[in-house]
Design a protein around this ligand. Structure first.
Ligand code: SF4
Length: 445
């Protein structure tokens, strides 16, 4: 996209035929799906910023930069294109091919560095240009960012949902490489896969590949209003994360219930009470962590394409990450993982329990230097009356067979060609209703 945008201005192109020729020349090597995607994004850019003789274009605009000279630190955010308007005002535009706008930290840097410039996000997938507003707490954010940049780098890692988008997930050590070994280098192709993607892999490879390997922008807006059941589930997970380890859990439940409608509060309390009932039935386990991201990295042979387009088979790092709702110990000391299920499904998704068990096992082995004898995975199904607990115990043989199943999944994922989004198979079915790639997928069946 950046190449296309640059060529569009450098070559003084303006007609639609020019755009088509540029796409052919610069993006003609892409597979048909990625090419169509790029064509659409480029059309989004042209609709927002048509060439205008009165506007001066800067293809190497100055980055927004904030220095702390004493601590020798620089915060830097780069725009894609700059425009100087006839009235002298300057716009610096950031090309955004995904759904997210510039976040408040980057916005704070841009506005601190260049308060007189108009900073703009070009959301090319929807053809909308939006001014990036300064956050309310610009100076606090800048101070925190500088402190963070100069912190002691020996401090512990802070895993979280951000791990799913982190290029270093396979290398940082929080998602350890399995006992089979191997080493992940910066140049190793790395793919991060969530528990949800593992479930999708069971029915449709294309859906997982387009999300995690080809990273195609999705056509369906993700900000749709949450269905009642889903919203209730999210509310319960938020409450559980705040209340399970709290000394004053009843107050936390009261506070959460006071912020929602009476019927929503009644449902939230019903699920919390069911959680407490299952906790009693399980013999009052000891909870240690909530919402804990854990997982494992497997190195498997896969497709590697170098910068000259040459293909080879090389180790690919596939990192599986699950967010464990609760971890702790059963009354007899067996390590346990609890998954809260608030919806209708009373079963684990494919490989879900296996991933949780392997994640907990690996995490214990990495932190204590010794593998546990067994790990218990509890599925707490809070929807029905009475609530149900489905417990599975993974000893070493079961962990090894779970790892083998994850290795098969990792090998499937690593074999998808990174430059050919039509290489993974697709399987249509009722699950397509919830798939955000549906419109594009239907075009290429
Ligand atoms: S729409 Fe259906 S077939 Fe297409 S990628 Fe999604 S789940 Fe697969």
């Amino acid at each position: 996209m950046r190449d296309l945008v640059e060529a569009w201005y450098v070559e003084g192109a303006s007609a639609e035929s020019d755009a088509a020729e540029l796409v052919e020349r610069l993006a003609g090597w892409l597979d048909p799906v990625q090419r169509l995607t790029v064509e659409r994004l480029f059309a989004g850019w042209r609709a927002m910023f048509p060439p205008g003789a009165a506007v001066k274009v800067d293809l190497e605009p100055e980055a927004g930069s904030v220095f702390d000279h004493d601590r020798r630190v620089e915060l830097r955010v780069s725009p894609t294109v700059g425009f100087t308007n006839p009235d002298g005002s300057i716009e610096r535009v950031r090309l955004r091919t995904g759904r997210s706008a510039t976040g408040p930290d980057d916005a704070a840097v841009l506005h601190t560095a260049d308060p007189d410039v108009i900073h703009v996000d070009a959301m090319v997938s929807v053809g909308v240009a939006e001014e990036i507003p300064p956050p309310d707490d610009v100076s606090t954010r800048i101070r925190q960012l500088l402190d963070l940049a100069t912190r002691n780098r020996d401090t512990a890692l802070v895993p979280g949902l951000w791990c799913f988008g982190c290029d270093s997930a396979a290398r940082c050590g929080h998602y350890p490489i399995t006992a089979a070994g191997g080493r992940v280098y910066v140049s190793t192709r790395s793919i991060t896969v969530s528990k949800t993607h593992l479930g999708h892999l069971d029915v449709c490879h294309r859906r997982v590949a387009w999300d995690r390997v080809h990273q195609l922008p999705t056509d369906i807006d993700g900000d749709v209003e949450l269905r009642d059941g889903l919203a209730a589930g999210l509310r319960f997970h938020e409450l559980a994360a705040a209340a399970i380890l709290a000394d004053d859990a009843p107050e936390v439940v009261d506070a959460a219930s006071g912020e929602i409608s009476p019927s929503e509060a009644a449902e939230l309390r019903r699920m919390w009470d069911n959680h407490l009932r299952l906790w009693e039935t399980d013999g009052r386990p000891r909870a240690r962590r909530v919402e804990h991201p854990a997982g494992v990295t497997l190195l498997v042979p896969g497709v590697h394409v170098d910068s000259r387009g040459r293909e080879s088979t090389q180790p690919v790092a596939v990192t599986f990450i699950g967010v464990l709702d609760v971890t702790g110990r059963e009354p007899d000391g067996t390590p346990m993982v609890v998954e809260h299920r608030t919806g209708r499904s009373g079963e684990h998704a494919p490989l879900e329990a296996e991933l949780y068990a392997v994640a907990a096992w690996t995490s214990i082995e990495a932190s204590t230097g010794r593998p546990p004898d067994a790990v218990a995975v509890h599925l707490h199904h809070l929807g029905p009356e009475p609530p149900e607990c489905h417990r599975q115990v993974f000893d070493r043989p079961r962990i090894e067979s779970a790892l083998e199943e994850l290795r098969v999944a990792a090998s499937t994922i690593a074999a998808w060609h990174p430059h050919d989004s039509l290489s993974p198979s697709w399987t249509a079915g009722p699950w397509c209703a919830g798939c955000r790639h549906r419109p594009l997928c239907e075009t290429f069946r």
